[in-house]
Design a binder for this molecule. Structure first.
Ligand code: GRF
Length: 230
């Protein structure tokens, strides 16, 4: 009789987290894994900036990290290919963009089709691109939120996995709103959405998102006011 090796039957799904900046979403994912809320392991943190503060967070957590800077490459496609090769070598189940501030080539997106996800600080399809907090305030929106979505070649346009929002306060500035959105929404939403993927309740195939075996017509939208830290 062949005895299974303990713990070897279901290794935790492998994440590669791709960053450019502060790494607060990375931090939240690390915490969710450490607390047992998220059944995953971070195989690699990869950045296009050696000075990204998130790299320090990764190192402090004892994670394998690597930086590939675009200046070493003549063409964007060559840089993307090098990033893609390093990510693929880590054999990820999920490639998690967490504040990666570069536009991805179609070839990169296709390479990780169906397993490439991103968080964007707005209630997509509203406010694709940059300066989302400023745009929410200048339009007088009463709520602001974040979206986790599958990545397709079009910027901030992939099918949604989950969204959550908070109320905009009368005295919010772009900075206060950005900080609250990060602490109260993004850092909760990303681990929750990754949990959906890892549990297999959400999948992306045939160009659509499936939740619990049904085509997802509307992605879940949670109101996070009640659990706000402020
Ligand atoms: C977040 O607001 C995320 O939604 C956006 O970039 C920012 C990254 O912040 N894509 P951090 O690096 O996770 O602190």
């Amino acid at each position: 009789m062949i005895m299974p090796i303990e713990g070897a039957e279901n290794p935790a799904p492998r994440l590669v987290v791709v960053i450019s900046g502060r790494g607060r979403n990375l931090q939240a994912i690390i915490q969710a894994i450490e607390s047992g809320d998220l059944n995953a392991q971070i195989e690699l943190v990869i950045s296009n900036r050696s000075d990204a503060p998130g790299m320090q967070i990764a190192r402090m957590a004892g994670l394998n990290c690597v930086c590939i800077e675009p200046k070493g490459f003549k063409r964007r496609d060559d840089f993307d290919r090098a990033m893609g090769a390093r990510i693929a070598a880590a054999r990820p189940d999920w490639v998690v963009l967490a504040g990666y501030m570069r536009i991805l080539s179609s070839a990169f997106v296709q390479r990780f089709d169906g397993k490439l996800v991103n968080i964007h600080p707005s209630l997509l399809p509203r406010y694709k691109g940059l300066n989302t907090h400023e745009r929410v305030l200048s339009n007088g929106d009463t709520r602001h939120g974040a979206s986790v979505h599958f990545v397709t070649p079009d910027l901030d346009d992939g099918p949604l996995i989950r969204q959550a929002s908070i109320a905009v306060a009368d005295d919010d500035t772009p900075e206060t709103l950005a900080d609250r959105l990060m602490a109260d929404v993004e850092q909760r939403l990303y681990p929750a959405a990754l949990g959906d993927l890892i549990a297999g309740t959400v999948r992306f195939y045939d160009g659509v998102v499936w939740r619990d075996g049904q085509i997802q017509e509307h992605c879940p939208h949670d109101d996070y006011d009640s659990i706000a830290t402020t």
